[in-house]
Ligand binder design. Structure first.
Ligand SMILES: Nc1ncnc2c1ncn2[C@@H]1O[C@H](COP(=O)(O)OP(=O)(O)OP(=O)(O)O)[C@@H](O)[C@H]1O
Ligand SMILES: [Mg+2]
Length: 240
């Protein structure tokens, strides 16, 4: 297995796109900062730009940069590839007649890692999303060698998605260190029973710690999300 790129950190993946990876990553960074660590967020590939005050920005990159501490970081350092269209990354790149260079991603990560005591990398969409013709996000996670945190979007079908992702993480030789249940559908039936099943199976099969369950919040700020996460679990993830 590749040695971890940073002394401490994690690769945050999700059961799907739009399940709360950015919100949870920002909360993890907030916790790392509270530990006194130089903490840096990294979004290798971001798809979806909006124009704010005449500038094109990506919301994920902004959120991770704002939750980071340590050195002042530029948007380009936190998000080396940012594409206009909000769609699959290799398609978003092609729409601009560009392509993602895997080596550029690794170089960007290698530049940030030594400046940090904790590096939080937000994946792109789910765990196995194509980036180039022959590389995907799981290859990237593998190359970074960080423990993986899975954001489970709590809605019907999430148990299967979580277990499939966990198997894929293991197949890449990575450790699924922990998981967070994030409420996507507040009306999900039998949510408590789903949580019990996830907790049991993810621990028994993968040794993954339950880091907490986050309700649908009126303002999902890093602080508000963090109040629903378990500090003992976070310590386990980041002290690996
Ligand atoms: N617990 C929550 N309470 C309220 N809103 C939330 C919560 N979690 C996420 N959201 C909102 O849901 C949307 C999707 O969340 P987020 O952007 O974190 O997902 P993502 O997995 O990072 O998506 P992507 O795959 O596009 O990177 C955002 O508008 C976010 O503010
Ligand atoms: Mg995101």
């Amino acid at each position: 297995m590749t040695p971890p790129i940073a002394p401490r950190g994690c690769f945050v993946t999700g059961t799907d796109t739009e399940v709360g990876k950015t919100r949870i990553s920002a909360a993890l960074l907030h916790w790392c900062v509270s530990q006194g660590w130089r903490s840096i967020g990294f979004k290798p590939v971001a798809a979806g730009l909006e124009q704010v005050s005449g500038r094109w920005i990506n919301a994920d990159v902004q959120a991770l940069r704002q939750a980071s501490s340590a050195v002042p970081l530029t948007d380009a350092e936190v998000g080396p590839y940012q594409f206009r269209a909000a769609c699959a990354p290799h398609i978003a790149a092609a729409l601009e007649s560009r392509a993602i260079d895997f080596e550029v991603l690794l170089r960007a990560a290698r530049q940030l890692a030594p400046q940090s005591d904790a590096l939080v990398v937000e994946g792109v969409g789910g765990f196995v999303v194509p980036l180039t013709a022959d590389r995907d996000t799981a290859d990237l996670a593998q190359a970074l060698g960080l423990p993986v945190v899975l954001v489970v979007g709590l809605r019907l079908g999430c148990i299967n998605h979580a277990l499939l992702t966990a198997e894929s993480v293991r197949a890449r030789g990575l450790q699924l260190a922990g998981w967070v249940g994030n409420t996507v559908d507040p009306a999900m039936p039998w949510v408590d029973d789903n949580i019990v099943t996830l907790r049991q199976l993810l621990m028994k099969r993968h040794g993954a710690v339950d880091l907490g369950r986050v309700p649908r919040l009126p303002n999902p700020s890093p602080q508000a999300i963090l109040s629903h996460l378990d500090p003992a679990g976070l310590r386990q993830v980041f002290d690996r």
